[in-house]
Ligand binder design. Structure first.
Ligand code: NAD
Ligand code: WQD
Length: 337
């Protein structure tokens, strides 16, 4: 797998994955409409790697523009990150989420068929497990969705299964990410939320730098060791490397397979706060608030399938996730602006 189309390659996880791909001498073509990212991320990728990836500012919903990309370039595989990802927003504008995520994927797959590209790595999510009946979560657990965003992921997984059933020449990796955090150790690329962050670690980071006053801890009455929600936080660089392994696996013609990408370890909200404080020598003021609707108590992966079949495991500890987040925040107090 040498020539790779990366949709959403200017975004948070996409930019880190492109860096790892360029480090592996892959030829990368990025398609992104920059709806939730900045072109500056692409310049930073070049600074880190010394290589400028080819970039098309194209929306997956624009079929003719996407078709021109497929006519102009040759691909062995596609890594498909492009999508909208904010759970709360998806309940406000569900049709945009279905349109963007589902129709965008349909357009992409139609062109892949037309150009005989049948290797795909798809960004799925632990959200497809809904509220799991137990932990750690295995790939075989039942899937469900509790919000429109999650439903788009579930629908796309099913669409891709149908596609594979219709033509076994496809090789598809459904990567179910747990909670990606952290940033590249250079501090040059990282997560750059447009608005007030919805997710825990970007929020903590903005409290630490003084942009936000204090963290609201959503619920301290969960059945966990300290009452706060437990998640499987994974360093974005480890996650990025998982995509390289998934691409390598596709060349063995594995068919369609799902993989959990997590560390297999759960940390509570207060564990994250105290580790961030200790590692970065900062104070994170917080107060306990009510539970956030739709949140579950505990979510962490059984990531042994990825280890066994992809030869991948997360290596970087929570300390690095916190230190790298903080370095990115300090070096880029206003993100890419
Ligand atoms: P992101 O928003 O930073 O990156 C997504 C990129 O896709 C952005 O650059 C955006 O501009 C682009 N994009 C969106 N719609 C597009 C379209 N129609 N055409 C072209 N480009 C489009 O998000 P991320 O955190 O990097 O997530 C990447 C993928 O991983 C998403 O599919 C997301 O649902 C999934 N995922 C993310 C998380 C997470 O916590 N960050 C967890 C699980 C799964
Ligand atoms: C983590 C923990 C919160 C913010 C979401 C999506 C999921 C996936 C990853 C894409 C929870 C608590 C948070 C705050 C808090 N994305 N929290 N105060 O909810 O596990 O997952 O992102 O696929 O689909 O749902 O991540 O970072 O929002 O929350 O106390 O201000 O932090 O309650 O326990 P979550 P998160």
């Amino acid at each position: 797998m040498k020539n790779i189309l990366v949709t959403g390659g200017a975004g948070y996880i996409g930019s880190h994955t492109v860096v790892e791909m360029l480090n592996m001498n892959m030829n990368v073509v990025i398609v992104d409409n920059l709806r939730n990212s900045k072109e500056e991320a692409l310049r930073r990728i070049e600074k880190i790697t010394g290589i400028k990836p080819t970039f098309y500012k194209v929306d997956l919903l624009d079929r003719s523009a996407l078709a021109s990309v497929f006519r102009a370039e040759k691909f062995d595989a596609v890594v498909h990150f492009a999508g909208l990802k904010a759970v709360g927003e998806s309940t406000q504008i569900p049709l945009s989420y279905y349109q963007n995520n589902v129709t965008g994927t349909l357009n992409l797959c139609e062109l892949m068929i037309k150009h005989s590209v049948r290797n795909l790595v798809f960004s799925s999510s632990a959200t497809v497990y809904g509220d799991p009946h137990k932990t750690p979560i295995k790939e075989s657990f039942p899937r469900s969705a509790t919000n429109p965003y999650g439903r788009t992921k579930l629908m796309i997984e099913e669409i891709l299964q149908d596609l594979y059933d219709s033509d076994n020449a496809w090789n598809i990796s459904l990567l179910r990410y747990f909670n990606p955090i952290g940033a590249h150790p250079s501090g040059m690329i990282g997560e750059d939320p447009n608005d007030i962050p919805n997710n825990l670690v970007p929020f903590i980071s903005q409290v630490a730098i003084g942009k936000l006053n204090k963290l609201a801890v959503f619920g301290a009455d969960y059945p966990t060791h300290d009452g706060t929600g437990v998640r499987d936080y994974i360093h974005v660089v480890d996650l990025a490397k998982g995509h390289i392994k998934a691409l390598q696996k596709l060349s063995e013609n594995p068919g369609i397979q799902a993989f959990n990408l997590g560390t297999g370890r759960g940390y509570s909200v207060l564990d994250i706060v105290s580790t961030f404080e200790r590692v970065n020598k900062v104070k994170i003021p917080y107060e306990t608030a009510g539970r956030r609707p739709g949140d579950i108590a505990v979510c962490y992966a059984d990531a042994s399938k990825a280890e066994k079949e992809l030869g991948w495991r997360a290596e970087l500890p929570l300390e690095d996730m916190c230190a790298d987040t903080w370095r990115w925040q300090l070096q880029n107090p206003n993100g890419y602006e």
